[in-house]
Design a protein around this ligand. Structure first.
Ligand code: ZN
Ligand code: FE
Length: 269
């Protein structure tokens, strides 16, 4: 019989500021982007969970570095999902835009989005509402962060802009599980772009309180990011004005042009 318990998602901390998200039903667990095996194995043991699969968003070591050690330690063949267009050691299932992954335990159905920008082969996984998922969930890797977006190591501003547009079209209550705790530094930059954004100012206070207690600021939601994330607000007046004055351009005709300016600005902020 398939167990139909509400799924829980918990962060496993790794390195300085990575979150390895663990999706579980109290028995079976998936982990997303295990950059380090040790904290994952310890968490599974502490929580008495059986790992049934690994989900990978992109090839960077802080997201993939633990895969082989986890597989070797478990001595069990479990599926490892990851982008099809790049070689990731340990990956067993290559995924592409539009793929639907059906996992039996924990029972979850994940839809794949290709979201180039941070890397070219970056993918994200979306779980819409289903029997045991009350709010939609997005595992976006290093594409979207709370109040920020990933650095463009491989992709173009146009690609990142299109990737963020895919996220913007998701339900506003979608919980967004980003893979780094970058929120406070992202907020400092976002306030430079939009000093008058009242939602951003109150979010800055709440996020600071959470971090003062050493609590994660994640997950965020799509609705929240549409209000406070300059990279998802390239059409807003204040973001455009700031981008125009920083770049000295007379016009920035598309969201991708605006994103290019503020991403470059953030890189040297
Ligand atoms: Zn990365
Ligand atoms: Fe990363």
């Amino acid at each position: 019989m398939v167990k139909n318990t509400l799924l829980q998602v918990w962060p496993i901390r790794a390195f300085d500021d990575n979150y390895i998200w663990c999706i579980h039903d109290g028995q079976s667990a998936l982990v997303v982007d295990p950059g380090d095996a040790v904290p994952v194995l310890r968490y599974l043991e502490d929580q008495h969970l059986t790992l049934t699969g690994i989900v990978i968003t992109h090839h960077h070591a802080d997201h993939t570095g633990g895969i082989l050690q986890i597989l070797q330690t478990l001595k069990m063949a479990i599926p490892v999902y990851g982008p099809a267009t790049i070689d990731i050691p340990g990956r067993t299932q290559g995924v592409m835009e539009g793929d639907k992954i059906e996992i039996a335990a924990p029972r979850i159905s994940l839809k794949v989005f290709e979201v180039p920008g941070h890397t070219l082969s970056h993918v994200a996984y979306f779980a819409n509402m289903q029997a045991n998922v009350v709010e939609p969930m997005l595992f976006c890797g290093d594409t979207l962060f709370a109040s920020g977006c990933g650095r463009l190591f491989e992709g173009t501003p146009t690609q990142m802009s299109q990737s963020l547009a895919k996220f913007a079209a998701l339900p506003k209550n979608t919980l967004v599980y980003c893979t780094h705790e970058y929120t406070l530094s992202n907020i400092r930059f976002a306030l430079a772009v939009e000093p008058n954004n009242a939602n951003l100012i109150s979010w800055a206070e709440r996020a600071t309180e959470l971090r003062d207690k050493d609590l994660p600021t994640l997950p965020t939601t799509i609705g929240q990011e549409l209000q406070v994330n300059p990279f998802m607000r390239c059409e807003s007046k204040e973001v455009l004005q700031s981008a125009l004055s920083v770049s000295g351009e007379a016009s920035l005709p598309t969201s991708a042009h605006v994103l290019a300016v503020i991403r470059a600005w953030k890189d040297r902020f």
